[in-house]
Structures are given as C-alpha cells and as structure tokens.
Design a protein around this ligand. Structure first.
Ligand code: PXP
Length: 250
C-alpha cells in the first residue's frame, strides 16, 4: 500500500484511569501492545510535567517492550529533553503545555518561541530522534517550523473537531479549509505532515483524504469507545475509516 496513512494510538487516558486509583491497572503498556496487534502503526504518549497520566516508568517500559515506533509528546523543557535523550524514542513531538489546561489546547508558538525551540530540536535530532512540532494549521507556523529545522509537523485539528462536535458547519468548513491549505503547504516546503487532536471515526475518515497527511495521532475518542466495544474492535474500525478516507479501501 503505497499511499497508506499511519495510525498512532495515544494511550494517555489508559493511564488517566489507572491513576484515578493510584495502582498499576489498567496498564497503558498492555493497551499499547493490544493496539499494535489490532493495527496501530505506532504508539504516542505524552509525559506531562505534572505526570497526570503517563509516568516516567511507562515511557521506559514502552521503549523496552513495544514492537512499533514510540512517539513521545513532550514540552520543550530541560527535564523532558533529558527523558527523551535517555529513553531515545523513535520520535518526539514538542507540544505546548500549561498546567491548568485539560488537554493540549493550541499549537506551539513557533514564531515567538523560535529561539527557545531551536536548541531542543537540534539536540533531539542529533540523538537520532525524529522531531515534530505540534502547530496550528497556519502558513506562518509552517514556515517557522521549517526555519527552526524540524523535519515533521503535526497539525492541531482541535478547532475543526470542536466545531464539528458543536454542529457549527460553517466554522468546521473554515477550519478544515485551513488544514487542507496547511497540509499542501507543508508538502511544498518539504515538511512531513501529521495531524491530531479530537479526531473520531468521521473526522479521521475525512482528513485521511488529504494525501499530504501521512500520520494521525488519536487517543481520547479511541479509549472512550473501547469502553463499549473493546480496544481491538475500535482500533480496527478506526483503521478501516482511515483507509476508506484515503481511498485505499473500497
Ligand atoms: N496529538 C497531540 C500532539 C496531542 O497533544 C494529543 C492529545 O494528547 C493528541 C494528538 C491526541 O488527541 P486526542 O486524545 O484528542 O485524540
């Protein structure tokens, strides 16, 4: 399949449920292996400064046990850089992080934060880690990401998905238009383009139709649906939705 689109499964919220009781179960590493067996192409985990879900030991165990690439989401801090350089994930996605937010609310300020970000991108790259920047779907953010030296960007799809969920059709069309233009621009300037945040079956099917986007990272919806139909089932359905959207299935 030459034009396939990769599915990265974010397992943060398995750890959220585990941490609600402070024990070891459910184990996000077990979820990662089940997701891989069911068709995930990689695993994503966000080690937050406050360790509200994924913990340091989860990253170590994921790195040791899973058979597909690990994408470590991290803020651009010295502590996180140290974790990345010690554990050497396949990829690191640099995200903005605020303690008071429920989830990653917006893209990185790559224009204003350029000087801060450059040394992080450089050191991760030198360690052989594939670096991506989680950005808003804007031309300015893409051009700044290229100038910073990141080989990959992940477009924040939150505004689009939120508009879809709220039934705001005109806003959703506008936001999808921004994503379409951004994905095309990323390819033009030689950036590998990923996308994620808030995606479900329908939005993943639609965005998979943009040929420049080569990877989707999806978490919350998958883990929520897994409560009702099980993780292997929901991963298989997401895989199918993405392949249909891509046109690699009938
Ligand atoms: N990509 C990035 C960079 C994220 O920060 C998140 C949320 O942790 C996701 C993808 C997945 O978002 P969701 O859990 O809404 O599918």
């Amino acid at each position: 399949m030459t034009n396939a689109i990769r599915l990265g499964v974010n397992i943060d919220h398995v750890a959220t449920v585990r941490n609600a009781r402070g024990g070891k179960l459910p184990d996000p590493v077990r979820a990662a292996q089940i997701a891989i067996d069911a068709g995930a192409d990689g695993i994503t985990a966000h080690l937050r400064e406050d360790r509200r879900h994924i913990m340091d030991d989860d990253i170590v165990r994921l790195r040791k046990t899973i058979s597909k690439p690990l994408n470590l989401e991290m803020a651009a801090t010295m502590q996180m850089l140290d974790v990345a350089l010690r554990t050497k994930p396949h990829a690191s996605c640099i995200v903005p992080e605020k303690r008071t937010e429920r989830t990653t609310e917006g893209g990185l300020d790559v224009v204003g934060g350029r000087e801060h970000l450059i040394p992080f991108v450089d050191q991760l790259k030198r360690a052989g880690i594939r670096v991506s920047l989680f950005i808003e779907p804007s031309i300015d953010a893409l051009d700044a990401s290229k100038a910073i030296g990141a080989p990959v960007v992940e477009l924040h799809t939150g505004a689009w998905c939120h508009a879809l969920a709220e039934g705001q059709a005109a806003k959703a069309d506008h936001e999808f238009g921004r994503i379409r233009v951004a994905a095309a621009h990323a390819a033009e300037i030689g950036l590998e383009c990923h996308a994620g945040h808030g995606l479900d079956f329908e939005s993943a099917r639609k965005i998979a139709g943009l040929p420049q986007i080569v990877e989707l990272n999806i978490g919350h919806f998958l883990m929520g649906e897994a409560i009702f139909s099980g993780l292997p089932d929901v991963i298989a359905r997401m895989r199918r939705a993405m392949d249909e959207g891509r046109g690699v299935l009938g």
